[in-house]
Each structure stands twice: as structure tokens, then as C-alpha cells.
Design a protein around this ligand. Structure first.
Ligand SMILES: Nc1ncnc2c1ncn2[C@@H]1O[C@H](COP(=O)(O)OP(=O)(O)OP(=O)(O)O)[C@@H](O)[C@H]1O
Length: 244
């Protein structure tokens, strides 16, 4: 892989099998599944997608609902393995995907900071170092001993964002998370992402706000029904996309 290339997406295709019938219950599903009697429709969410991301790039993924943006991000984050092709990634990835998915809602915010940190691969010492910053950034100081099940969805997102953005990762993956929280907190998150970019982090960004993509990204991948329609300069492609 060329030196400055930090992510190489090489002929990636992703197939999902969708059950094409309804079942009366879970038991029927299990029995028919074991007897291999279930018919599936193949669905290709990504079709032969290739592009390179250079260190320090901020790449936006745009496209209509269901075009494959999140699936693409998940293959890069290593959450999904492509059916065909390969994804090579250099460096550590901080995934801001489905914020709060790793929380145990019965535990307190404080306990979840350590739990979520561990899931992201950080030791207890590292989390202790960043604890104050997480509390400060999330603005949830008085709620640290409250079980997360009592949080509003905005509070959950704030805590999850603060945890996922400690330190400066090589690659930051941001999937629609800037649409959570209130307007003021969104601006704060955007500022934190910009700081990371200034420190050299590479950003992968999905948003339905084309203005946000124009503001943050220098390059864009435009997906249409899983096919890469365009790849290149962000402003040019966003202009073209806005005309459809
Ligand atoms: N685990 C899965 N099983 C089956 N189908 C899936 C799965 N994940 C995604 N899909 C399908 O793949 C297609 C692409 O989904 P994806 O979430 O990547 O699109 P998207 O561009 O991020 O959409 P949106 O803008 O609505 O968030 C959709 O048709 C979706 O239904």
C-alpha cells in the first residue's frame, strides 16, 4: 500500500440475505432454518466499490437512503466483513457509529465510561486519565451516578460522543452523529471534529446535511444503490448531487 494511503477499499461488494417469507413464530423459523427450507433473496448493498483515502483527508459519503453509506463505514470499521474484495486500514479507528450501542443501561454513567472505554480498547488507566474531560465535555457532571436507563437519548449521545472522541485517533468515523443532541451541542461536536482534523486525524463522514459535508470534507464518495457513482472533489460532487 502506497505510503500516504491510510485506507484502501479494493473492489468491495457486500451481500445480505433477506428472508423472502413470513414466519408465524420464532419456533417455525428455527425449524425451517435447520431444515434449510427458508428461501432468501440476495441483496447487494455494495457493488464493486474501490477508492483510496490519504492521511489527513476528510472524506464524505453521500447518497440517498439505503445507498450503502453505513454499510461502507462498517466494513472500514471492521464491524462487517465484505463478501468480496478487501479493506486495508492503517492505524487505529475511533468509530462514532450507533452512539451508545455499547452501553449497559442498568449501569451508571460513570460505570459505562469504563465499560465503553474497554470496548473501544482503552485500559482503565487511560480512561481514568480522560475521565475529567469526558465529564466536562458531556456536561453531565451531576448525572455520573445515575443509571443510563434514566437518561434522555440526547444525554446518551453526549456521553457516548465524549467517550468515543478521547485522544486523537488516526481515523475518526462519524456516521450521522452530528444530528443528535441539541443545536449547541452539535456545534461543540463539530468543533471537536475540526480540532482532530487539525491534529492530523483522517475523517470519514456521513451526513444528510450537504452543507455539513461541504464544510468538513475535501473529498466525497457518492453512492447510488451500492454503486460508486462519483469520487473526487467534495464541492464539485456536492453541487452535482444537489441538482438531483
Ligand atoms: N444487516 C443487514 N441485513 C440486511 N440488509 C441490510 C443490513 N444492513 C443494511 N442492509 C440494507 O443495505 C442497504 C444499504 O443500507 P445502509 O444502511 O448502508 O444505507 P445508507 O446509505 O446508510 O442509508 P441511510 O441514508 O438511510 O442511513 C439498505 O437497503 C439496507 O436495508
Amino acid at each position: 500500500m502506497e505510503n500516504d494511503i491510510i485506507i484502501k477499499v479494493d473492489h468491495v461488494s457486500m451481500k445480505f440475505n433477506l428472508a423472502s417469507e413470513r414466519f408465524d413464530g420464532f419456533k417455525e423459523y428455527v425449524i425451517r432454518s435447520l431444515k434449510k427450507q427458508i428461501k432468501y433473496n440476495e441483496f447487494w448493498a455494495l457493488k464493486d466499490v474501490s477508492f483510496d483515502v490519504y492521511r489527513g483527508d476528510s472524506l464524505g459519503l453521500i447518497g440517498l437512503n439505503g445507498s450503502g453509506k453505513s454499510t461502507m463505514l462498517k466494513t472500514i470499521a471492521g464491524v462487517l466483513k465484505p463478501t468480496k474484495g478487501t479493506v486495508s486500514v492503517r492505524g487505529n479507528v475511533a468509530p462514532l457509529i450507533e452512539l451508545g450501542a455499547g452501553f449497559d443501561f442498568e449501569l451508571t454513567a460513570k460505570e459505562n465510561i469504563y465499560l465503553n472505554g474497554a470496548l473501544l480498547g482503552h485500559s482503565r488507566e487511560v480512561m481514568q486519565e480522560h475521565y475529567e474531560d469526558i465529564v466536562e465535555f458531556s456536561e453531565l457532571r451531576e448525572f455520573m451516578d445515575v443509571p443510563v436507563k434514566n437518561f434522555s437519548s440526547g444525554m446518551v449521545s453526549r456521553l457516548a460522543f465524549a467517550i468515543a472522541t478521547i485522544g486523537i485517533p488516526d481515523i475518526l468515523i462519524v456516521d450521522e452523529v452530528l444530528s443528535v443532541g441539541d443545536f449547541r451541542f452539535q456545534q461543540k461536536c463539530e468543533q471537536r471534529i475540526r480540532n482532530m482534523m487539525e491534529q492530523g486525524a483522517t475523517i470519514l463522514f456521513v451526513s444528510h446535511s450537504i452543507q455539513q459535508v461541504k464544510d468538513i470534507c475535501n473529498k466525497v464518495v457518492w453512492l447510488e444503490h451500492g454503486v460508486m457513482k462519483r469520487f473526487g472533489d467534495a464541492l464539485e460532487i456536492c453541487e452535482e448531487y444537489s441538482q438531483i
